[in-house]
Ligand binder design. Sequence first.
Ligand SMILES: [Zn+2]
Length: 379
Amino acid sequence: MQTLTLRCTLKPAPEQAAALEATVRLFAEGCNHALRVAREKGEFRRFSLHRLVYNDLRSMGLSANLAIQAIARVGRKKGSRARFYQPTSAAFDVRTLSLRGESVSLTTTAGRLIVPMKLGNYQRGMLARAKSVQGGVLTKGPKGKWYINLILRLEVPTPPTGGGKVVGLDMGQRYMATLSSGIQVSGGGVKSRRIHLRNKRAEVRSKLDTGRTKGLSALWERLSGKERRFVDHTLHTLAKRIVDSLEPGDTLAIEDLTGLRSRTVKRGKEARHLHNLWPYARFRSLLGYKAALKGVRVVAVDPRDTSKTCSRCGHCDGANRKSQALFRCQRCGYQQNADLNASANIAQRAGSTGAGRRNTAPILGISTLHRPFPKAHAL
Ligand SMILES: [Zn+2]
């Protein structure tokens, strides 16, 4: 079993939106009351806090469940950290949240509401696979949009043993992902769009330094949100492409931790900048759960010298790397697309022969790399 959070946009009718608004307001008031009492009494332990404030919260109009959720929220936080709760979210559990087809049923201050959700294919797929819904968090976005973050429990298949192939994943800049099975995912316009958003943000930041106005602050917030959503979407898509190309029982070998950061030929300012372009930990966790859901194992291997080592004879030499794109072994003459050679090394470190290509792969020109796949998949 695996737990994951699925974010869905809500489409509340106007009177439903008003009820949601009233609910998050009351919930925030409840949290703030519990926080005030907890501070006064120096008591943040959940059970003790419960005794102190539960009745107050109920008389403020919170349902039993929302009262418990408010206490849990305050109780979790250590006194000094929490200052004030904004009326932008409320937590629900299995008794106050359930799914009704493509709608979510929520117990609010105005009673039970059935609010339609706006679902994409990804969300539909996840909901169809979910064993159960463990509750969720209702949130209000900056533009007044409503979202529900559903907490789902999913059955994770046990990967079949034996017979699966081991595929290495190399992550780079020219191609966001290269698999030793031959698949490459190019960043397409992704990199330049990310840089564009970053530069715009930097511009606004420098203006913010000289004088903060409401308009500028709002612009900054908007750009941050835009960039975050763009990054998230890109990483989801990338992880999905990778996992879609694998079968249950396969093993995906990835570089340990450093990944994107570890290998850049260029050391200029731009390259350093790009190192920090993608949140690798986030990507790994996305990849991890998507793989788990498909019955694909993920193993992390030592990332050292994967770009300089010959995947055919094991010779390691910086001179093997003829260019960013091309690998040519100084000892055995093996020539290969540099990213593909690296991904084959990564697969080998996980105990494979790189999806069987190690000895059978002819010396490929870069243009024929994608033979099993007409072209690199652009994101
Ligand atoms: Zn060699």
